[in-house]
Design a protein around this ligand. Structure first.
Ligand SMILES: Cc1cc2nc3c(=O)[nH]c(=O)nc-3n(C[C@H](O)[C@H](O)[C@H](O)COP(=O)(O)O)c2cc1C
Length: 375
């Protein structure tokens, strides 16, 4: 990194990097219930016309997280044991994810759940990356082969969620960080609260969020994925719901019944969401950054898989993880990162972390398997 680059970067992010080449890192490895949702997130197997085991496996896969809960996946069955996992062009987020980077991360999380659920049910999932670019539609080919069961607590998938409020502002215990870092093989970095890096990530995140909220096309895209009323939630079973955004109580009732998605275009609403984000960004036990060695489809799928594997372990440790992605989406964040990081240190996830008690139950809806199945 040149001095000029560094100076430019420091200006942008207040003088530090997410994962820095020149600045020392702290590698972690070393150093409203969903049942309340009326249509429910129940296991809707057997899915008509397909093998019951496959129906179950795909249901667990669909519990994966995704940006805006867009659930960018579809599954094209070749036969009962072979399928293509694709990125649905109608579920892209062009304003915030023009390169489909986050869609690939979400597909990675989907396929991680798929692989773990298959293992538990006595199948080995052989996964081959087919696509050469994240913009292609058919991304992965998965073949299930009979194997000795690899038991996995599937409840972790039904209980994983993105909780955002109420994080305790205390540093994570080293044994927790080490355990969560384990599936990421040295690609997870922890920045505890009070550290210079944590401060910089917090500031950069709020700045990028503000920039994104000012950008009409990004805000319009958000509006498109809002499902504020129960009716909208049931109709689409995707997107950002009132409960999923943790808007509860009287406020929740108001938003559900008297607010329209397009109200989120108003200046006052945008201002409120920036204030809310700034408040959240200042709470918690610091930040995790997950990097990848490159930006190929395989790198992105791997990063998504590692993230999901970690996220599945977090709840039983009472730890919440909140992806705050705007710093990787907005020019102001991306330019800074590009100019200050060594090759092989590409941040793919920026996550606020923290202990949470009580830990709420998942509320985000999912589309049933037959909605994303193409036979
Ligand atoms: C690649 C990716 C990016 C995400 N970015 C954000 C984000 O910037 N802000 C946020 O609040 N949640 C973010 N999320 C979390 C999703 O909104 C969440 O997974 C989705 O709404 C489903 O909810 P659940 O995780 O509780 O099942 C992201 C998730 C993924 C996988």
């Amino acid at each position: 990194m040149t001095t000029t680059d560094r100076r430019g970067f420091m200006k942008m992010l207040g003088g530090c990097a997410l994962v820095a080449g020149a600045i020392p890192l702290i590698p972690a490895s070393v150093g409203a219930a969903r049942s309340d949702f009326r249509s429910g997130l129940r296991i809707e197997s057997p899915v008509a016309g397909i093998d019951p085991a496959l129906g179950h496996i795909l249901h667990y896969a669909s519990l994966a997280p995704s940006g805006h809960n867009s659930q960018p996946w579809y599954v094209r069955l070749i036969d009962d044991r072979k399928m293509i996992i694709g990125a649905d062009p109608d579920r892209r987020l062009p304003a915030v994810d023009p390169d489909n980077r986050e869609a690939m991360l979400s597909l990675g999380a989907f396929v991680e759940n798929l692989s773990l659920a298959a293992g538990d049910m006595g199948y080995e999932a052989q996964i081959e990356v087919k696509a050469r670019s994240p913009r292609e539609q058919e991304i992965l080919e998965v073949t299930l082969r009979k194997a000795n069961p690899a038991p996995y607590p599937l409840k972790r998938m039904t209980l994983r969620m993105t909780a955002k409020h109420g994080y305790r502002s205390v540093e994570l215990e080293k044994y927790d960080v080490d355990a969560l870092a384990e599936p990421l093989g040295g690609r997870l970095f922890y920045f505890p609260p009070g550290s210079e890096h944590a401060r910089c990530i917090e500031e950069g995140t709020v700045e990028a969020f503000r920039g994104q909220t000012d950008r009409d096309e990004a805000q319009q895209e958000l509006v498109k994925w809002l499902r504020l009323s129960h009716e909208a939630e049931e109709e689409h079973r995707d997107g950002l719901t009132t409960a999923g955004m943790e808007i509860r109580g009287l406020k929740g009732w108001y938003v559900r019944n008297l607010t329209r998605p397009k109200d989120f275009m108003k200046k006052s609403m945008r201002k409120m969401s920036v204030e809310q984000t700034a408040k959240l960004a200042g709470q918690g036990g610091g930040w995790f950054v997950i990097t990848s060695p490159g930006e190929s489809v395989a790198d992105l799928i791997d990063a998504g898989r590692g993230f999901e594997r970690m996220a599945l372990m977090a709840r039983e440790r009472g730890i919440a993880l909140h992806p705050m992605t705007q710093i990787l989406e907005e020019e102001i964040g991306r330019a800074g990162i590009a100019s200050s990081h060594d090759a092989g240190m590409i941040p793919q996830f920026v996550l606020r972390v923290g202990y949470l008690d009580p830990y709420p139950d998942p509320v985000s809806p999912r589309r049933p398997v037959n909605w994303f199945l193409r036979t």
